[in-house]
Design a protein around this ligand. Structure first.
Ligand code: APR
Ligand code: PHB
Length: 389
């Protein structure tokens, strides 16, 4: 087997990159460990920055998002002082699109199908070889048969637990990590959302988030100790705790119902530098993880895809290798911007187990500045809608 760009991982990063490359006449093969149904059963965040929205349009995969997605021009923050709104349009002249990542992935699969792109599912034992040479290749097992895929470049889009990142020798790799001492318990329910926009709540009992997918589908989260298990939380217990942490007026009229998905996710910040080694380029969760506060995970994957796609196009179409050489530096500059923002949102909104009285006061002041200082709102709005590519 032979292709121009071998793509490891068929999550949103791999599919979006493959779609853009195929449209530019560059051949790809996507190798995915799981089945398509499994990939489409994963529930993730649902807030798209303008850059991601533009990329999906460029990729010809935006029809459903444009018809069914919901542009949001602001969000609410709930604190001990009360609830206030940050206006993205007024502060940053931009907005975000509320549209689930699962739907984005489904749309990308369909767009790939209509191009006749090659996506191999349920492949095992993927290994990357000779990435430092001019002729890298990938080996894997499909249907019990060993396969070899020769290529010019490899895109490591295989998430945090993939094989691409460990291919970079440990002596070359620098990893930066921060693990937070709590998790998010999330549920999806067929209920009317609690408000017209998202509510991020700081509460003495812990953080809460009221989010949504559409008029009939809500997504809620509460901060829980890492020792909690999903089985510990009945739907009734979840709704009761969520209501305690949201403003009373919102809680009083909130529609509740059975959960259709319930899970606990740990929170982590992680960056691998560099994001390239020889002809291997890391993209998305393979290179970095953000805590979900601020919904930057998918959006960071999108900017990586944009930089790598632009660089590969310049390499193939103009024989210009300079953008490829600069991929890691370019991508990392934006990655660290989103790292800082999601760390700040997380720190400002959660109760930490070791939070001292001093820490508490500083947190309250951070929230008060955001409430009352237009410049603080501008900084949040600009980061939330997405820093420029
Ligand atoms: N071989 C082949 N595929 C693999 C391997 C492997 N060894 N390891 C992992 N994969 C696949 C996973 O099954 C998954 O489908 O790679 C894909 C990686 O997808 P994501 O984890 O979704 O990562 P990414 O595409 O970078 O998306 C980034 O989406 O998943 C969210 O939290 C993530 O929001 C972030 C964004
Ligand atoms: C979500 O809708 O799942 C979501 C929204 C915003 C976040 C995190 C998750 O910051």
């Amino acid at each position: 087997m032979k292709t121009q760009v071998a793509i490891i991982g068929g999550g949103p990063s791999g599919l979006l990159l493959s779609q853009l490359l195929n449209l530019a006449g560059i051949s790809t093969v996507v190798l995915e460990r799981k089945s398509r149904d499994y990939v489409l059963s994963r529930i993730r965040a649902g807030v798209l920055e303008e850059g991601m929205v533009d990329l999906l349009r460029q990729a010809g995969a935006s029809a459903r998002m444009d018809a069914e997605g919901h542009p949001h021009e602001g969000c609410y923050l709930s604190t001990a002082e009360g609830m206030f709104r940050v206006d993205f349009k007024a502060r940053a002249n931009s907005e975000v699109m509320v549209y689930g990542q699962t739907e984005v992935t489904r749309d990308l699969y369909e767009a790939q199908d209509s191009l006749g792109a090659t996506i191999l599912h349920e492949v095992h034992d993927v290994e990357l070889h000779d990435v430092e040479s001019g002729a890298p290749y990938v080996t894997f097992v499909q249907d019990g048969k060993a396969q070899r895929l020769a290529c010019d470049y490899i895109a490591g889009c295989d998430g945090f637990h993939g094989v691409s990142r460990p291919t970079i020798p440990a002596a070359v790799r620098h990893e930066f990590e921060k693990v937070y001492p709590f998790g998010w318990l999330g549920i999806l329910s067929r209920t009317k959302p609690a408000a017209d926009e998202l509510i991020y709540a700081n509460h003495p009992r812990g953080f809460a988030l009221a989010s949504m997918r559409n008029e009939h589908l809500s997504r809620y989260y509460i901060q829980v100790p890492l020792t909690d298990k999903v089985e510990d939380w009945s739907d009734d217990a979840f709704w009761a705790e969520l209501k305690r942490r949201l403003p009373e007026t919102v809680a009083a009229q909130m529609e509740t119902g059975p959960s259709i998905e319930k899970s606990i996710a740990p929170l982590r910040s992680f960056v691998c530098e560099p994001m390239q080694f020889g002809r291997l380029f890391l993209v998305g969760d393979a290179a970095h993880i953000v805590p979900p506060t601020g919904a930057k995970g998918l959006n960071l994957a999108a900017s990586d895809v944009h930089y790598l796609f632009t660089a590969l196009k310049a390499a193939y179409q103009d024989k210009d290798l300079s953008l490829l050489a600069g991929y890691s530096d370019k991508a990392l500059a934006r990655v660290w911007g989103a790292m800082r923002f999601s760390w700040w949102m997380t720190t400002m909104l959660h109760r930490f187990p070791e939070q001292s009285a001093f820490d508490q006061k500083v947190q309250e002041n951070d929230l008060a500045q955001l409430h009352h200082l237009p410049s603080a709102q501008e900084t949040m709005a600009r980061n939330y809608v997405g820093l420029p590519y």
